[in-house]
Design a protein around this ligand. Structure first.
Ligand SMILES: [Zn+2]
Length: 161
């Protein structure tokens, strides 16, 4: 059964790559909350959660295509140090957000620093990875009018503002 639209769905999840290394996990910390039917999480993951009872647990494995896409070599560029804000510390592993001509935000990561040449990668950090996700459904409730207005969840697992 698909979710009713606009439920606040709260889950714990843990994401591991194909070697079993855990990339991120909410177990033991704040859970993740999302609005159903709004493409806020991976579609295959949302489909699976929709089949689970409250407090149910499940594990699914997603190919890169079902998760964050294949790794795209053409999304790796070399930028000059001078194209970054002056004095910005530039180190491998740092995340930045570029804004393109249409005002769209394009997150990227610095993957190499060699003198003036800064290698930057616009791929999603999990691009090209087969992901195994352990998920536990914590709870579900109707979204409030304010949450629907903002398009995100408030409170535990959501925005605090
Ligand atoms: Zn809000």
């Amino acid at each position: 059964m698909p979710f009713k639209l606009d439920q606040v769905v709260t889950v714990h999840l843990s994401i591991a790559d194909e070697t079993g290394e855990v990339l991120e996990s909410t177990f033991g910390s704040e859970p993740l909350a999302f609005l159903s039917g709004r493409q806020q999480i991976l579609p295959r993951l949302e489909e699976r959660i929709a089949t689970m009872p409250i407090h149910g647990k499940s594990t699914l494995t997603l190919s890169p295509e079902e998760a964050f896409g294949a790794y795209d070599e053409s999304a790796v560029r070399i930028a000059k140090r001078s194209s970054f804000p002056e004095g910005a510390p530039l180190e491998e592993g740092m995340d930045f957000v570029a804004v393109n001509e249409s005002g769209e935000e394009m997150p990227f990561m610095i993957t190499k620093v060699e003198g003036d040449d800064i290698t930057i990668d616009f791929n999603h950090p999990y691009a090209g990875k087969t992901l195994t996700i352990d998920v536990e459904l914590i709870g579900m409730r109707e979204a409030t009018p304010e949450e629907l207005d903002h398009g995100h969840v408030h409170g535990a697992g959501g925005h605090h503002h």
